[in-house]
Design a protein around this ligand. Structure first.
Ligand code: ME8
Length: 527
């Protein structure tokens, strides 16, 4: 029991996770999609003043990894070490991902806790030995039901032949959890999102669950089953546990209490059942709390099919960031696609959004406003007078509405809706500047009017930097510097969402300077 001397328990973190990715091959933009979404969500919550833990990592056991290592003439450990350092961590750097932790399933902190977990479940009578015959897809690392297979017995995700496997395995009695799971979905409608994913999960569980094998004995690249080392723990069972292990389960009870349960498990819809059926049943068996939400994002498609490593249709993220930069990358995928639904990437739509929304609407607005303060007021932001009335007052109240709306939408993982709301404000400010025509006011010598407009425009840019920082941290940092905001207001990352709409925060006298262009014109067409 905690006593008063222990002091207050640490504030529960907002804990967000990505899937841990298989390192059989290099990442493509499908993996980056989930990871970017999590990064934006966690940056947003940090700016709400919350303590955040953002976890990602790599899934390194199983047959698929073993085969990839063999193909490259390396041991599986050499292969995974190589892939993590040469491909997966660099992907995070290229996309400016600010993860707090990176877990690898071959690390001792993970493997040791996997053993502990299964010793406990074994002792609690939650494991039995049996035999299983079924169709296995190595690319999914999953048994498929006959009803799920495509014509010709192909895996529905990978379009590849499955393999008939018959093995003596250890089993976890998943079927006994069906009723409790259904009750949980019923009483926690936010548990599986979006709605389509929830419906799929509920009807799958209503259809009846089979027990699942939690071990394999035909190869040895995995965590040995503690009471029978002739088996290794099935890669998915091992992988799911990463979330609690990284949170300190079994090693650091205080940190665990302040981190778990996860607030959002971000997953692709291909791995929904593992996260919304098997994982919560494992947690129930261990007497641990369930994650608040499992959110399934849609697929990036190529030619109408899921972009995939197996089908060699993946585009490496760096191919896009090299041309457009990381900010534009992050913006594009969240603005273009509706997060829970499938969608496609195209160079044309990327270039189009870059030019019209980022370079023209946002970037040009920033450079126009900054240039006018430099030119007409010698780089010193003027006092804007009474900003509570007229068109300036209208901008201020539009900002209040946008801030509330963007917060609601970002928190609901509606990135597309949130960005649309913020960019509506960007458009409105562009319209304001064009209509008020400060260059005409300057020519006419209407100093008071000019000051009002310059101040209101710069103040709008301040708010945009705060509202877009989670999505485009590089451009927003440049804008923050060019507005001369930091000396009075502090670092951009410390600006709170709940006070972003308070008008009049940029101090008169701020030193406004021309900085780097936020979104340079694209020199050559993307290939
Ligand atoms: O499944 N569109 O790893 P994985 C959108 N190791 N998202 C995509 C995508 C696409 N075309 N392709 C991949 C695994 N993703 C397991 C996970 S978790 C305990 C273990 C994203 O390397 C999406 O989030 O196959 C998907 O769930 C994940 O990458 C799968 O990555």
């Amino acid at each position: 029991m905690p006593t008063e001397q222990d002091g207050p328990a640490a504030e529960k973190a907002f804990f967000v996770t990505t899937p841990i990715y298989y390192v059989n091959d290099v990442p493509h933009i499908g993996h980056a999609y989930t990871t970017v979404a999590g990064d934006v969500l966690t940056r947003w919550h940090r700016q709400k003043g919350e303590r955040v833990v953002y976890l990602t990592g790599t899934d390194e056991h199983g047959e698929k990894i073993l085969a990839a290592a063999a193909e490259h003439g390396m041991s599986p450990q050499e292969w995974t070490d190589h892939m993590v350092e040469s491909a997966w961590k660099p992907m995070l750097a290229a996309l400016d991902i600010a993860n707090d932790d990176f877990i690898r399933t071959t690390s001792a902190r993970h493997e040791d806790r996997v053993r502990d977990f299964w010793i406990a479940l074994h002792e609690a009578g939650q494991v039995y030995k049996g035999s299983y015959t079924g169709s296995y897809c190595v690319s999914c690392e999953e048994f498929k039901l006959p009803s799920e297979l495509l014509e010709g017995g192909l895996c529905p995700v990978h379009g590849r032949p499955v393999r008939e496997i018959s093995e003596d395995n250890y089993f976890f009695p998943l079927s006994t959890y069906a009723q409790r799971l259904l009750e949980h979905y019923e009483t926690h409608p936010e548990f599986v999102q979006p709605e389509s994913a929830r419906n799929e999960v509920v009807s799958f569980v209503r259809g009846g669950l089979q027990d699942i094998s939690m071990s394999r004995s035909s190869f040895d690249w995995g965590v040995p089953v503690p009471w029978d080392p002739s088996h290794v723990i099935y890669v998915w069972i091992d992988a799911l546990q990463n979330y609690i292990n990284a949170a300190g389960w079994g090693t650091d009870p205080e940190r665990f209490a302040a981190t778990w349960p996860a607030d959002v498990h971000l997953v692709g819809k291909d791995i929904l059942r593992f996260h919304a059926v098997i994982w919560p049943a494992m947690l129930m068996a261990a007497g641990l709390g369930l994650p608040r939400t499992v959110f399934a994002n849609g697929w990036l498609l190529v030619g109408g099919e899921k972009m995939s490593k197996t089908k060699l249709t993946g585009i490496p993220p760096q191919q896009i960031t090299d041309h457009f930069g990381s900010d534009a990358y992050r913006y594009y995928f969240l603005r273009e696609l509706s997060f829970g639904q499938d969608g496609s990437f195209s160079w044309e739509s990327m270039a189009q959004r870059y030019t019209s929304e980022l370079a023209n609407d946002f970037g040009n607005l920033a450079s126009r406003v900054v240039a006018m303060v430099v030119r007409y007021r010698d780089s010193v932001l003027p006092d804007g007078g009474d900003q509570s009335v007229g068109e300036e007052g209208a901008l201020a109240s539009a900002l209040s509405a946008v801030a509330v709306r963007a917060d609601k939408l970002f928190c609901a993982l509606d990135f597309q809706g949130a960005l649309t709301a913020v960019f509506d404000f960007v458009k409105q400010v562009n319209g304001y500047v064009t209509e008020r025509a400060p260059w005409v006011l300057a020519k006419a010598g209407d100093d008071a009017a000019l000051d009002r407009v310059l101040y209101a425009s710069a103040e709008s840019l301040r708010a945009m930097a705060v509202l877009l920082n989670a999505v485009m941290p590089r451009a927003c940092a440049k804008l923050w510097a060019s507005l001369g905001a930091e000396p009075a207001l502090g670092p951009l990352a410390d600006q709170r969402i709940d006070s972003v709409a308070r008008w009049g925060q940029l101090p008169a006298e701020a030193r406004v300077t021309r900085g780097e262009v936020l979104f340079p014109r694209l020199e050559e067409p993307a290939s």
